[in-house]
Design a protein around this ligand. Structure first.
Ligand code: SAM
Length: 227
């Protein structure tokens, strides 16, 4: 059975979707969704040979070779026009890598901008939200979950124009509205970390003023949302 993280990612995929799971590793997500008859078709993309082979084995073992195509490809290059993909999942990577994959895929015209994106960055959420905003996506839904003492964010986006405030890009527009228990826990911890870093920077022989003001601004934002 799927981890809580992948279960929650799966819940954001529309019924009978044609899914591209980029960086699929063992293809656990498309295989589980196909076994539940939740999706119609899937491409599992992998750029590394080992995971590509695990994905191929997993699909074969479950007798799903006619419904899930496993391709060895870099990012969205795994998608072909005939796939008629309507939903793209990129999960379990850093936000900067997810952003690069989206950017390259867009310039290679592997996505039209109409697909639903279900993204699960491990870090670097802000840079990913900035990319979405700059590329005509709006954020429909976000989740912040905790599993095995780690936090995971899920960002669901679709075509649409929306300008977010700097705080919304930093915390996540939906997460900021919801402010669940994990959110409070995460940002209380992040506040502590930033205060430690700030103290160190202020002690430096030549204090880096830009970094210090940036941290001070973020500390103010965090204090405000934790109130
Ligand atoms: N998506 C799965 C999940 O969320 O559990 C697997 C996450 S795993 C940590 C990240 C996978 O992404 C690795 O198997 C890696 O080989 C793959 N990957 C990294 N960069 C990639 C790229 N540019 N294109 C396709 N796959 C990539």
């Amino acid at each position: 059975s799927l981890s809580l993280r992948l279960t929650r990612v799966g819940e954001q995929i529309p019924d009978q979707a044609r899914l591209a799971d980029i960086g699929s590793d063992h293809a656990y997500l498309p295989v589980a969704l196909m076994l539940q008859n939740k999706i119609q078709y899937a491409v599992a993309g992998e750029v590394v040979k080992g995971p590509f082979e695990s994905a191929s084995r997993q699909v074969k073992k479950n007798g799903l070779s006619d419904k899930i195509t496993v391709r060895l490809a870099d990012g969205l290059a795994a998608i072909q026009p005939d796939d008629q993909i309507d939903t793209v999942v990129i999960a379990g990577m850093g936000g900067t890598l997810i952003r690069t994959i989206l950017e390259n895929g867009k310039s290679q015209q592997k996505i039209t901008g109409k697909e639903r994106l279900v993204l699960q960055p491990n870090v670097g959420e802000r840079t990913l939200r900035e990319w979405l905003q700059e590329n005509n996506y709006m954020i429909l839904h976000e989740e912040l979950i905790e599993e095995n003492h780690k936090n995971y964010e899920i960002i669901v986006a679709e075509e649409g124009s929306k300008i977010y405030t700097p705080q919304e890009l930093f915390f996540g527009p939906c997460l900021l509205k919801e402010k669940n228990l994990v959110f409070y826990k995460k940002w209380a911890h992040e506040l502590q970390q930033r205060e430690i870093v700030l103290q160190e920077l202020e002690k430096a022989a030549i204090p880096p003023q830009d970094k210090i003001s940036e941290l001070n601004e973020q500390i103010d934002w965090i204090k405000e949302v934790l109130e």
